[in-house]
Ligand binder design. Structure first.
Ligand code: ADP
Ligand code: MG
Length: 300
């Protein structure tokens, strides 16, 4: 495309809340054959809420809440906000003060798994089963039962572990965006296929995919695994767009021919992307592709 055509299209995009960072993205977008979507915060609203919580050992409710808040308060992950909100409400309801007596040291993010903090000799973990495996924390059958029951209902479980034991868990729902299904069917009518990649578990991922009409699902993938999926699709000859919102999506956003970040997403994702969807609406995936198609057809 000529510099003028790129400028015109970029300006038009910007006025619609679609920020196109360069000529390359604009030129690639019209060739897109496959759109890969992240799940949490991309296909789903990303405002998850806790619907139940449970204790597995003799930890006090106050400790359970304090530990959760201490570990997750510094996390940017949408699930973190959900559990912190819930833990605060829960402890207020039972008259606790949320003294936050837990000293937070060594806060670490484990992308696609959860977070860990150190409290003296003690390691506190908040995250999924993969996080538990990473730290060699076993899951009892009671824990597994809670997880599988909730995952069938498209809920994500967040586990809390202390001293090498799973002490409790939260079950969380995150509704799909109202436009998700229609955008995916519209892409299909444009001969563009949709794929889901997520760090979340297979059961929850499949339930969400069914809701939005995606058949091709890859779950339990870490950030580099997401990028590998993009490369795999590219090797099969497709021009691939990736739509994501999280730190965990940035390698995939960079690997894609067209990386699209959700505007409400994390700074790292926005930096890694070629296009930013400022309104955080999935309809703008189509806006971006349309803009490219129109620009390129005018030139050729
Ligand atoms: P997605 O790929 O759907 O955006 P992520 O890769 O961000 O999901 O996260 C994958 C999984 O990792 C989550 O479903 C959750 O189980 C776990 N996880 C990641 N970060 C956190 C966190 N801060 N607290 C709890 N769980 C987390
Ligand atoms: Mg996400």
């Amino acid at each position: 495309a000529t510099p003028t055509a790129v400028m015109v299209a970029t300006g038009k995009g910007a006025s619609q809340g679609v920020l196109i960072k360069g000529g390359n993205a604009l030129e690639n977008a019209h060739k897109v054959k496959t759109v890969v979507f992240d799940k949490t915060g991309t296909l789903t609203v990303g405002k998850p809420a806790v619907v139940s919580s449970v204790l597995f050992s003799e930890i006090s409710l106050e400790d359970f809440c304090d530990v959760t808040i201490a570990a997750e308060a510094n996390s940017e992950h949408p699930l973190a906000k959900a559990v912190v909100d819930h833990a605060k409400k829960l402890s207020q309801k039972y008259g606790h003060q949320n003294k936050h007596i837990i000293e937070v040291k060594g806060f670490e993010v484990h992308p696609g798994a959860g977070v860990s903090i150190k409290n003296g000799e003690r390691t506190i973990l908040v995250g999924n089963k993969r996080l538990m495996h990473l730290f060699n924390v076993p899951c009892t059958s009671e824990v597994d039962k809670y997880i599988s029951e909730n995952e069938q209902l498209a809920r994500t479980c967040v586990l809390v572990a202390m001293d090498g034991r799973t002490v409790g868990a939260y079950a969380i729902t995150d509704p799909v965006k109202p436009e998700a299904a229609v955008v995916i069917s519209y892409l299909h009518s444009m001969s563009i296929s949709s794929v889901m990649v997520t760090g979340d578990n297979w059961a929850t991922a499949s339930a969400i995919a069914r809701e939005v009409g995606i058949q091709n699902v890859f779950a339990e993938t870490d950030p580099l695994g997401k990028a590998d999926k993009i490369k795999e699709l590219q090797l099969r000859g497709a021009t691939v767009a990736m739509v994501g919102d999280g730190i965990n999506d940035s390698p995939a956003l960079a690997a894609a021919d067209v990386g699209m970040a959700i505007g409400a997403g994390t700074d790292v994702a926005i930096e890694a992307a070629d296009i930013v969807l400022m309104k955080s609406s999935l309809e703008d995936v189509i806006t971006a592709i349309d803009l490219s198609r129109k620009t390129m057809s005018r030139i050729q």
